[in-house]
Design a protein around this ligand. Structure first.
Ligand code: F0G
Length: 448
């Protein structure tokens, strides 16, 4: 599981650091050693990002290297994250890497979903095929590896479920103690069950995600625990690989749009950074546009994007897509920068729209969890509004596996799903099981 390959240099031939942490705030840009245990700029409080010297290879050599690595059986090359390691060289030694062979997720054509969304063609990059069933594994392998490099013993996160499932698994694989904080009563049982099964100490707090994040930051500081929420810049570095792998799978042909759900906005930040860096390195000739989709009851980023000014937090975020039930997203300055840089957009969708889009992705034989389906619901709205054209080349990122939230599925198909305010959600594409007697004749009659 742990990889032991050759050491990598921590300085370039000119003596400059290969990797540093930099403040994301344009007026500050203070720099720090990559080994400092900080999550915000000590000078101005801004978000931090990893910054690197240019890789030694040119774009053509990098593409060749990434492709050749698919033939190798070494754990580092088999990982769909570490295969692209020249694009996030923050470790000083590959032996720190903890990998469960994350990434390697498929690009799938979904004709039915394309039709539903008003497109000629739609491709999904399904991150639900990851080891713990969500895109969080791409970032967690990076964050957990940095935790080992820093010789941390305990790691912690607050989560709407997927981060915790992923952190529990990677902590177990890395021999770290995992402390998980969850909003009591507001995560799916599938995700809670994963944390328990992977052996994490799991605390359910009577508060929402945003409130618990503030609490966990204090505890991490006081107790010397390494924080693995997406405010951790190394998580973001790992999640960049979702874009690199998508582009590699398309032979570096750039789509017109990349559509993803937005919660705490770490993924939007990661995708934007990945695309900018790929562009700067000459791996792609232009940027695709990012479209971020939020649930109507938890849409502070949509508000920010459409109204301007600073982010106004939603104090009581509500959505059945519990993965994105977040009212005060920490990474909004990064995400706003990335959406604007790509000439992108932000949309919001209703509970009914999410539910029907989800059932449509399910009917394609693929399925995803509710938050992921916000992408298709958003695409439907954006094509209807003429923002995305019918013949556009669109990649939607499905962030979580269909089995993450079976309770939601069962309720939708049996007409028992209710929106947070109590409004009934129509079972538009409902599919109920039928109870039959143990009688061949009766069943024959039923099947016609
Ligand atoms: N989709 C799924 C399935 C998620 O679990 C999350 C976030 C998102 C989308 C939104 O991504 O936060 O980067 O904008 N889940 C986090 C968690 C918050 O704790 O598992 P984001």
């Amino acid at each position: 599981m742990l990889v032991n390959l050759k050491h990598m240099p921590s300085v370039t031939s000119s003596g400059a650091a290969v990797a540093e942490l930099a403040c994301f705030t344009p007026s500050c840009r203070a720099r720090y050693a990559v080994t400092e245990v900080i999550y915000n700029c000590p000078k101005c409080g801004g978000l931090l990002e990893a910054a690197y010297a240019k890789p030694a290879q040119d774009a053509a050599a990098l593409k060749k290297l990434f492709r050749e690595r698919r033939m190798n059986n070494t754990p580092l090359d088999q990982s769909g994250v570490w295969r692209y390691r020249e694009l996030f060289p923050f470790l000083d030694d590959w032996s720190h890497v903890v990998t469960l062979r994350e990434g390697n997720t498929p690009l799938l054509d979904l004709p039915l979903a394309a039709q539903y969304g008003g497109l000629d063609r739609l491709t999904v990059k399904h991150q639900g095929f990851n080891p713990t069933g969500s895109f969080k594994d791409n970032g967690m392998t990076a964050g957990a590896s940095q935790a080992r490099r820093l010789k941390m013993k305990r790691v912690a996160c607050v989560s709407t479920g997927n981060t915790s499932a992923s952190m529990a698994a990677y902590a177990a694989a890395a021999g770290l103690e995992a402390l998980i904080f969850l909003p009591h009563g507001n995560i799916s049982f599938g995700k809670l069950a994963q944390a328990l099964e992977y052996g994490a100490k799991t605390l359910e707090v009577e508060a929402n995600f945003d409130q618990i994040l503030a609490l966990v930051r204090v505890l991490a500081e006081e107790l010397g625990i390494y924080l693995l929420n997406s405010v951790n810049p190394f998580r973001i570095e790992g999640q960049k690989s979702i874009m690199f792998e998508m582009l590699d799978q398309r032979d570096w042909q750039v789509p017109d749009w990349v559509v993803l759900p937005g919660g705490n906005l770490g993924n939007t930040s990661a995708f934007g950074k990945a695309l900018r860096e790929a562009h700067e390195l000459g791996l792609i000739p232009r940027l695709p546009r990012l479209a971020v989709v939020q649930a109507e009851g938890a849409a502070p980023f949509y508000d920010l994007f459409t109204r301007g000014g600073a982010l106004r937090a939603v104090t009581q975020p509500e959505t059945l897509a519990t993965a994105i039930r977040i009212g005060d997203p920490v990474s909004w300055p990064k995400a706003l920068h990335e959406v604007k840089t790509t000439n992108g957009t932000v949309e919001k969708v209703t509970e009914q729209e999410i539910a029907d889009a989800k059932a449509t992705i399910g009917k394609a034989g693929i399925g995803c969890e509710p938050a992921s389906a916000a992408t298709l619901a958003g695409i439907k709205k954006l094509t209807a509004a003429g923002v995305i054209s019918r013949n556009a080349d669109v990649v939607a990122v499905l962030t979580g596996n269909v089995m993450k939230d079976p309770d939601y599925i069962y309720k939708y198909h049996t007409g028992k799903l209710e929106a947070p305010g109590g409004a009934k959600i129509r079972s538009t594409f409902g599919n109920q099981s039928i109870v039959v007697p143990n009688d061949a004749k009766a069943i024959e009659k039923l099947l016609g």
